[in-house]
Design a protein around this ligand. Sequence first.
Ligand code: SF4
Ligand code: SF4
Length: 209
Amino acid sequence: MSETHTETVKEHAPASADSHPHGAAHGPASPGTDAGPGAGGLSLPERIYVVEVVRGLAITLGHLFRNLLFPGRFRTIQWPELPRPLPQRFRAKHRLNKWEDGHTKCTACMCCATACPAGCITIVAGEFSKPLVKVDAGVTKIIEKYPTLYDIDLLKCVYCGFCVEACPCDAIKMDTGKFPRAGYSREDFLWQNRFKDGLPTLERNAAEA
Ligand code: SF4
Ligand code: SF4
């Protein structure tokens, strides 16, 4: 009975380094012993660090000199001094379109504010003292309303472009190529427009690039 027990224990004992199929132990080397290359997973040059430090420096300096010799390889963009070219259809900060005589094309119909999923457009409608008559693509339009106030809170805006799609008058665009960047207060991100009899009296630009 006792012999059988002893044999079972031997069968489950860990294999020695000699009996490892690859001839090297995988466990950490015992302190004070030099098990040679492969001990602890590190070769001798790796364990004394100097060679690895020099190799790392060589890679870093290689990149430095390649970047200096071939500046086109630079991944860094010198923004905001050198703005990145934007795609043609980039939805940037809004602008309100005007007629040739300076009157705003916006008729304060509220379609954009209704379509806006962020609820960030505020419009206050006003009435022209005398209706504006315009011919657009051969169609005569009699315009009675304009926005006395047209604001967009660019902190809430998600730049979806729904306002542009919803506008029946081609009055709002997102083709300025600008977008808000840093600001110190919430007001810095409020794009404010005021009009009197359809003519702009104030446009306060939000912090923009
Ligand atoms: S881009 Fe979208 S979120 Fe921004 S104002 Fe227009 S509809 Fe609203
Ligand atoms: S911008 Fe266009 S959709 Fe918005 S209120 Fe003016 S006319 Fe209407």
